[in-house]
Design a protein around this ligand. Structure first.
Ligand code: HH2
Length: 259
């Protein structure tokens, strides 16, 4: 379980809640205590329509949080920027979560390669500002699988050990509701790439839309848990979630049934 702590004023579901460093630190500690193996700290929202922030601003947001959590709560850093990743790794981050899959900052691959950190490569069609305008695929699952395989190859070619890399279909990143659910339904086509699969559907708007609100920008915790359990059953290894306790409890029950 990967807990989500967005140190941002504008994230789609927890925006503002963890913008104060003290709140972010408290949330991370709570998520760790509730069973999150890692807490994903981010200083830039990637929600649909979000504007990019500068590296200085991103550092200003995340560094105090990482300093406070150091040696206490295992963290990943949700960033596409090499300077932010480097500082986070110096402060003990164990994983770099890059939603651009090493296509954003040409310096990021070397920063990860020089460390012993893990790396998450995520699929996105387009860029956050415009990605939900009109996402189209011939076959979303095979296109996402081909992309992830290609980015995995690029990361390995840049010197990052394959054993350290996990892959993520990028739920909500340039995808319709149907694309998102099809990716989870056919997750086996992604697990067959041979790397652990991360799924982040927690509170995402597809869940709210599924439940009948076409203008939804978020989804409920209950709907998140239902989708997460289904993703787990289909082979997801890491679930990126805002509500750690609820997901840990649901997975304990699912595991007991499936064991
Ligand atoms: N989703 C978000 C951000 N980072 N990283 C991975 N690997 N997978 C995801 O699905 C993913 C991600 C968006 O969610 P959130 O962080 O809650 O919101 P925001 O981008 O608005 O800060």
């Amino acid at each position: 379980m990967l807990g989500v702590v967005n140190v941002t004023p504008d994230s789609f579901s927890d925006g503002g809640v963890n913008y104060e460093p003290a709140n972010a630190v408290a949330s991370a500690r709570r998520m760790h205590a509730e069973g999150a193996a890692l807490v994903d700290v981010g200083g830039e929202s990637t929600r649909p329509g979000a504007e990019a922030v500068s590296a200085d601003e991103e550092l200003r947001r995340v560094v105090p949080v990482l300093e406070a959590l150091r040696d206490e709560v295992p963290v990943s850093i949700d960033t596409s920027k090499a300077v932010v990743a480097r500082r986070a790794l110096e402060l003990g981050a164990a994983l770099v979560n890059d939603v651009t899959a090493l296509r954003g900052d040409a310096g990021l691959a070397a920063v990860v390669a020089e460390s012993d950190a893990y790396l998450c490569l995520m699929h996105m069609q387009g860029e956050p500002r415009t990605m939900q305008a009109d996402p189209r695929y011939d076959d979303v699952v095979s296109e996402v699988a081909a992309f992830l395989e290609q980015r995995l190859g690029a990361a390995v070619a840049a010197g990052i050990a394959e054993e350290r890399i996990c892959l993520d279909p990028g739920i909500g990143f340039g995808k319709t509701v149907e694309h998102n659910f099809e990716l989870i339904r056919r997750l086996g086509e992604l697990t067959s790439l041979g790397r652990p699969i991360v799924v982040g559907i927690s509170r995402k708007s597809s869940l709210g839309k599924l439940l009948g609100d076409p203008a939804a920008t978020t989804g409920s915790v209950a709907a998140s848990v239902g989708a997460a359990v289904a993703a787990y059953e289909r082979g997801a290894t890491i679930l990126r979630v805002h509500d750690v306790r609820e997901h840990v409890e649901a997975l304990a029950a699912a595991r007991a049934v499936l064991a």
